[in-house]
Design a binder for this molecule. Structure first.
Ligand SMILES: Cc1ncc(COP(=O)(O)O)c(C=O)c1O
Length: 481
């Protein structure tokens, strides 16, 4: 049975009625906001129309109409025996922005989405936005176009590089709308169509697409579950002489690999000889879960490196704020290319991130503990779910890159969808083809959800084995993060 919400609590949460708005709209809008921000959680029952009518002193027609509006907007479902139950509209909170999906009979859409390696916002995010709004008036007298970013944010980011052993002038920092926008900008600014660009395989699919859309020729660099084969990397760079190399060296998505300083030095030397500029995506850098070496930023090994950073994994993807650290000689090209795209990141989001970085530049300790617990739950459930599968436990990042005993990632993903868990099969992360033996499994949900996801994955694995001969793989869902 859904948890009931008392009429008295609803009345308290709604506060005083605004006499300037029709009563049904005031009630409908108020309830929608309460459900949307979780103060009436999805899955909880609303009071009966009769009780709410009596408590709020409104007419029954008003309450019926307000509930009707909520139902049409997807915030309420009528359940036999339970009355009206709060829910979130499909396609927005549940799928589109990675809202929490908890298993259980109360969930109208009982599907666990493991296709997105991103977490909900950490505690303190709303406060940071409130501080940003409080600071906003002093910016309103200006134009609001901060093409390279707000100076105070660029200073904080430059100082973080200096802490990591890479002295950085704030002028070298360019604020952009997330790491993906940064990678896309860098590859377009630094290459011309038809030129060769080294791209890891597997890699983050949207960055592979960004390179593809820049019209360059992709040169794949295989990354193994246990990391990079440096001899192969040096040989590939030497043979292809790519104009740029897109790399994820810190908790690589999807393998979780962390390249150490010796590896970086060898790779940098090969890239230097080939005249290649490195575009290094450090999105996962702060998602450090275990004791592990802290290698220098790649630009300390190869000065012709553009480093791409993001607040999406350390803080929240909804901020949509990332940045580039650009070698000074390349700045004019990057700035020029950026202006063709957009004229700067939003001020309030930059202020909110400034506030968050002042409080805690890295991963929230609580978030780290949660991720460790979720990863432990996944590691505990995997052997039974996928017998014979193997993986290398990463020291950071948000996923396990799991090698199946057979090349059946597509079949497993479609069987998993039927069992109520969505996963991304390996070929989605490949530059051209292959990786059918792999699946990516993010452990970004609470541990109990991960445990349930592993149970469903186990059902899916057994189902696809039983029906392997007849099943055809469904089209995989796009990877967001
Ligand atoms: C390696 C990598 N780069 C970029 C992104 C996207 O980051 P952003 O939200 O900052 O655009 C992700 C998201 O998962 C990622 O894993």
């Amino acid at each position: 049975m859904p948890v009931p919400t008392s009429a008295a609590r609803v009345a308290h949460l709604l506060g005083t009625r605004d006499p300037g708005v029709p009563a049904y709209r005031w009630l409908g809008d108020g309830l929608r906001l309460l459900i949307a921000d979780g103060r009436i959680p999805s899955g909880h029952a609303l009071p009966s129309e009769r009780l709410l009518t009596a408590t709020l002193g409104l007419s029954r027609t008003t309450v019926t109409r307000a509930y009707g509006l909520l139902g049409e907007a997807g915030y309420l479902v009528a359940r036999q025996g339970s009355g009206h139950v709060a829910t979130l509209p499909l396609g927005t909170a549940r799928h589109g922005v990675g809202g929490a999906l908890l298993p259980g009979a109360d969930n109208t859409d009982d599907v666990l989405d493991l296709t997105c390696a991103a977490c909900r916002a950490p505690a303190g995010t709303a406060e940071a936005y409130a501080a940003a709004l409080a600071a906003l008036p002093s910016y309103l007298a200006g134009t609001g176009y901060a093409t390279a970013g707000l100076p105070e944010l660029r200073e904080l980011i430059a100082a973080r590089y200096a802490q990591r052993g890479l002295p950085t002038d704030p002028d070298q920092v360019l604020i952009v709308g997330g790491a993906l926008a940064g990678v896309s900008l860098a590859v377009r600014a630094l290459t011309s169509p038809g030129q060769r660009v080294l791209v890891e395989s597997p890699s983050y699919p949207n960055s592979i697409d960004a390179a593809r859309r820049a019209g360059v020729r992709l040169v794949p660099l295989p990354v193994e579950p246990d990391g990079w084969d440096l001899d192969l990397a040096v040989d590939t760079v030497t043979a292809a002489r790519p104009v740029a190399a897109q790399l994820i060296l810190d908790f690589h998505n999807p393998t979780g690999g962390l390249m150490d300083d010796a590896g970086r030095e060898r790779l940098a030397a090969a890239l230097r000889r080939a005249g290649t500029v490195a575009i290094v995506d450090e999105t996962m850098l702060e998602v450090r879960l275990d004791e592990a070496p802290t290698p220098l930023p790649f630009a300390a090994h190869l000065s012709r490196s553009v480093l791409v950073g993001s607040s999406s994994k350390s803080h929240w993807g909804g901020l949509r704020v990332g940045w580039l650290r650009v070698p000074t000689p390349l700045l004019p090209r990057l700035l020029q290319a950026r202006i063709a795209d957009d004229l700067g990141a939003p001020i309030v989001e930059q202020l909110a991130l400034t506030e968050l970085l002042r409080r805690d530049p890295g991963l929230h300790a609580e978030r780290r503990d949660e991720l460790r617990a979720s990863r432990a739950a996944m590691l505990a459930g995997l052997p039974a779910a996928l017998p014979g599968a193997t993986w290398v436990q990463p020291a950071g990042g948000l996923c396990l890159w799991v090698e199946l005993p057979e090349a059946r990632a597509g079949q497993l993903a479609s069987a998993a969808a039927e069992a109520g868990v969505l996963i991304s099969p390996g070929p989605q992360f490949a530059v051209s083809h292959g990786l059918e033996r792999f699946v990516r499994l993010p452990y970004k949900d609470p541990a109990d959800v991960v445990t349930e996801a592993m149970r469903r994955l186990g059902l899916a694995w057994r189902a696809q084995q039983e029906f392997a001969a007849g099943r055809t793989a469904a089209r995989p869902r796009p990877v967001v993060a």
